[in-house]
Write a protein that binds this ligand. Structure first.
Ligand SMILES: NC(=O)c1ccc[n+]([C@@H]2O[C@H](COP(=O)([O-])OP(=O)(O)OC[C@H]3O[C@@H](n4cnc5c(N)ncnc54)[C@H](OP(=O)(O)O)[C@@H]3O)[C@@H](O)[C@H]2O)c1
Length: 294
């Protein structure tokens, strides 16, 4: 029987492409989504691409839905070989403009949701003495940026979680892999952008800087040549190679920035890179300081 893999957040973007790609490579794919209204469209795309997907409801913030999806999959296939923790939301805005409730919601999906789904599949993988748990982190899990402090915090948290979990479960035959994509054009940058209410308010002291940061981000998205399929290919590799690495980066620019951080002295990198990022946002109104935007 083909290996089975469960993917969270498969209604759009990277998760959707991973589901289609892995199915085309012969995996038995359980593509899950929190809102099943997207199921017909995904089935239609799968049919168009000549593959078959099992689509199940799963909201990573709802334990009952996680347990039900895992139970269904185990009943159908006898176990779970792979889990791709892909589902995630964004939250954009300068820190002072983020409400605690928004940050908690972000952590619920991006961190606690990942932990809950992982907790649900681990007993099955332990029993089998094999399995792969993938965490879709980000270059934002390796380096901070402005306007995304909370999002980066969730991805940094995933990095620590993945690194520690890997040490705990590798002796049991279960491998943990952290996948770190750079910027890729998906719904994340349009309908699922996740701009905080406070950041969208012209009265915010950071409003002008945030708007400029968003323009810069959009330019990076437009200039990015990394595609959802690049991530899918990496995920396939992480699921199939005999001895997977702990981390895989996806995208040339992301790899370059992280390599620079690793190889040049930390102080130099921080001075240089952070200065460049800050200047890009503050340069258009050089003398502007927080509190002076309005
Ligand atoms: N695109 C990038 O530039 C980029 C770069 C690095 C890392 N990433 C990471 O890659 C992953 C996928 O992002 P994407 O670019 O494909 O964005 P996306 O198109 O917005 O996809 C996110 C997916 O997560 C789902 N989701 C959100 N909350 C959920 C919940 N509580 N339970 C289940 N599913 C939920 C969304 O479902 P709905 O359709 O119902 O909202 C959607 O299918 C995320 O973890 C993201 O942080 C993206």
């Amino acid at each position: 029987m083909a290996e089975s893999v469960l993917i969270t957040g498969a209604s759009t973007g990277l998760g959707k492409e991973m589901a289609l790609y892995l199915a085309a490579q012969g995996f038995q794919v359980y593509a899950t989504m929190r809102d099943m209204s997207g199921a017909d469209s995904l089935h239609a795309t799968a049919k168009h691409r000549g593959v078959e997907l099992h689509i199940l409801p799963l909201d990573v913030t709802d334990k009952a839905s996680i347990d039900k999806a895992v139970e269904t999959m185990v009943r159908d296939t006898g176990g779970i070989y792979g889990l791709v923790n892909n589902a995630g939301i964004g939250l954009r805005g300068y820190f002072e403009d983020l409400a605690n409730a928004e940050i908690r919601q972000l952590f619920d999906a991006n961190v606690f949701g990942v932990m809950e789904v992982t907790r649900a599949v681990l007993p099955h993988m332990r029993r089998e003495g094999r399995g792969r748990i993938l965490l879709i982190s980000s270059v934002a899990g390796r380096i901070g940026s402005l306007g995304v402090s909370a999002y980066c915090s969730t991805k940094f948290a995933l990095e620590g979680f993945g690194e520690s979990l890997a040490l705990e479960v590798e002796p049991l035959g279960v491998r943990v892999v952290i996948v770190e994509p750079g910027i890729i054009q998906t719904e994340r940058w349009t309908t699922n952008r996740g701009i905080a209410a406070g950041a969208d308010n012209p009265d915010s002291p950071y409003y002008e800087w945030f708007r400029q940061a968003e323009k810069e981000a959009d330019q990076l998205v437009r200039a990015s040549s990394t595609t959802p399929q690049d991530v899918a290919v990496t995920v396939y590799r992480a699921l199939t190679v005999h001895n997977p690495k702990l981390r895989y980066m996806v995208g040339r620019k992301a790899s370059l920035v992280v390599a620079l951080r690793r190889y040049i002295p930390r102080e130099w990198f921080e001075r240089l890179y952070f200065k460049i990022v800050m200047r890009r946002v503050t340069r258009p109104r050089k003398n502007l300081r927080p509190g002076q935007a309005s």
